[in-house]
Design a protein around this ligand. Sequence first.
Ligand SMILES: Cc1ncc(C[n+]2csc(CCOP(=O)(O)OP(=O)(O)O)c2C)c(N)n1
Ligand SMILES: [Mg+2]
Length: 672
Amino acid sequence: MDYGSLSWRAINAIRFLSVDGVQKAKSGHPGTPMALAPLSYLLWTKYLRFNPRNPDWPGRDRFILSCGHASMLLYSLLYLTGFDLPLEEIKAFRQWGSKTPGHPEAGHTPGVEVTTGPLGQGFGNAVGMAMAARMLAQRFNRPGHEIVSHRIVVLCSDGDLMEGVASEAASLAGFHRLGNLVAFYDDNRITIEGSTDLAFREDVAGRFRAYGWNVLTVADGNTDLEGMSGAIEAACSERERPTLVIVRTTIAFGSPNKQDTAEAHGSPLGEKEVALTKEALDWPKEPDFFVPEDVLAHFREAVPRGEAGEREWRLKMAAYMGAYPDLAMEWERVMWGDLPEGWESALPSFPSETAAMATRKASGKVINAIAPKIPELAGGSADLAPSTETLMVGGGEFLPDAPPGGRNFHFGVREHGMGAILNGMARHGGLIPYGATFLIFSDYMRGAVRLAALMGTRVIYVFTHDSVGLGEDGPTHQPIEHLAVLRAIPNLHVFRPADANETAAAWKMAMERTAGPSVIALTRQNVPVLPPEDVYREGNVFRGAYILKEGGNGRPAVILLASGSEVHVALKAAHLLEAEGTPARVVSFLSWERFEEQPGEYRRFVLPPSVRARVSVEAAATFGWERYVGDNGASVGINRFGASAPGGRIFQELGITPENVAARAKVLLGKT
Ligand SMILES: Cc1ncc(C[n+]2csc(CCOP(=O)(O)OP(=O)(O)O)c2C)c(N)n1
Ligand SMILES: [Mg+2]
């Protein structure tokens, strides 16, 4: 190893930018960037296709740092190769307002594809991206016109591969034979508590082979550049299977006292050790953040190379446009994330004479009505398509041996993997992904849902069986706190429609919401269909909460607030109250988040401060409803686990009844 050579000085530049960045911040993770510098040097200077001047160019390879704690590695690479991330940002690592947060955040730093940090998620995102790329290739590529040919490359660590979410995703990637996916596993045998001997001795290679992956190994990821190049090339020439390259590295390589120790994982090396390491690797001690001019110039060759790569792709695109103008227009549209013009005319409306219908069923009808108009809508379920009613009939199957173009995914019983995969699909672009399961199992994918919200991706979650109303399956399957939990996630919109018409409205809002994910919570049990003219009156349903039934000519004595199936309980309670001379307004609360976005004027119109007698009704934890019912209000809900019995009986036993709601209202009004 010749530390004087350009390659090794370039590798050292990555290392020491990372080391100095962490040292200056007095926090961060130096050891892994130091160890992964050689591999990432090769990837970023020789193999990856990207354009620093246009980080979002659709033909680029996608690079994901799943071990997001090694963020300084990514920031160093972005700076060095010429992205819009100046050295000052490297020096402001982890500081307020900087572009270099503790873990990589998509949308915040140019060149960061997905937000990573929660281990395993980035790996799952990569699988989702590879599935999305495969799907787009099937839809858009034509003989002689391969406009989708990019690769998904992910770097992952011991922690990533210990996490179940990665196992779920890896299993699916192997099943689908995703030849466009390459994962590099940083086999450094160190995690926070020490050696992986504490908890992780499995045969990772054997496991991935069993999943159907191509597995390669590099025995020395610290010094063997040739070996690494060979493995990268072999991985890139594999088209039939995803590839895992196991790269044996030494955490904090080069640090005389910290290398190969867990200490190097998450603490700055310390000034003395930084100096010793620079000495050991033949790097000038001063100044900090040193990058030799020729090294910088070497890295910056990425700019003309990237521009040329993009130009070449754009020429291909121009030829494609000539040969397939309509497809080319479609490509532009879906990559922008625009919905087709007039798509909403496909949304069904359900006349009130329609027989009572579960909202999951209505959702299925909506999906099937809009799917033909929106070819980029793609989704599936974690083995619950018949129950969640999420199959696009005639949409084709996305399966390795099925005819190309299928849009129905089968995630298998893998909710967490599904969550991460959906995020990858959405961040890839070109698709509007949805994923379905029972609301209760949203817990299994909450980590991914939260990241979707944090990244602001358009993912639609179809969560059915949304209350004890599902009945006999009992408390293990009956969500209680889930709505509150999901509503507590910032930037996640939760829709709980009361009937088929509100379900169509919820789908419209979810489809049009580009700034973040949406949950559509749906009933298993039938609910009456509300008159569409009541639901759509003045379009207020799109404001999240609206007056479904007025009481007392605009001067109600009490307001009943409800969501989903309990809107019908509230309507009946209102009639009971009115029969006794108490005017009651019913407000259907389709979405809290949407309502919060409305001007104060509208919110006060729906919930006038003068009407203090308010009762919320929701077959779920009452947690949070205080904000709408206020100090003088009451909440009818379920603050215990459910029970195994027919749904109607459970509603009776737990007090989710019109009589109980009316009684609570009367107590508030002093009418007992
Ligand atoms: C889901 C999740 N759990 C825990 C953590 C905290 N954490 C950060 S890194 C890490 C393990 C570090 O080991 P490894 O993944 O091998 O990374 P290395 O130190 O080798 O870079 C843990 C537990 C996390 N980021 N995400
Ligand atoms: Mg490790």
